[in-house]
Ligand binder design. Sequence first.
Ligand code: HEC
Length: 183
Amino acid sequence: MDALYYVTIQFRIAVPTNNAISLIFFASACDYHNVMRRIGGMIMAVVLVLGACDKKEPETPSVKPSERLPSFESLTRGARLYQEHCAQCHGPEAQGHPDWQNPQVIAAPPLNGSGNEWKRSKRELLNIIQNGAKRHGEWAMPAWKGRLSNLEIEDIVTWFQALWPTDVYDRWRKANASSSPSA
Ligand code: HEC
């Protein structure tokens, strides 16, 4: 019984290290056939246990393409900076000025996925925020370079992109994946 106990111990060690030599060494020290039969039974038991583990293993949740997983810090920073610097023109919920489609006036467009902003690549969005936009030689959209860091601008984009409806965001993501992989 002592010998068998040793074989059991060795067997457990042997499995993860793939060390079959120590197993045979201990098996030959006692009733070979009896021990081998028991080892056979143990192997079967281990195989069954492993098989059961395989089945029970929970499926790794796959991240769907439409899922956006920005960090909480990035979102809260973006929301705060947006309210501070952008909301007075683009609206507190990034809905845009009511007259944004009127060509007679210069009014800020939506950034919440309901305008044309989602037709721009990430690079284009960052560009216009950094460099602003002029109409008829006048600043329509102020430049933020030097006033906001790249990270702060990224966080603002992250925040307003989180407002985009899933289908809009998916279309934007697909368009960007094919046209400009670096965006
Ligand atoms: C003084 C008002 C004003 C402020 C403040 C302002 N914007 Fe704008 N923004 C505009 C106007 C007006 C346009 C449209 C420019 C044009 O049509 O040429 C615009 C355009 C944009 C666009 C392009 C949208 C599109 O549909 O192509 C983005 C992106 C944008 N702004 C982001 C921001 C962000 C981010 C901030 C804050 C950091 C901000 N804006 C602050 C007035 C403003």
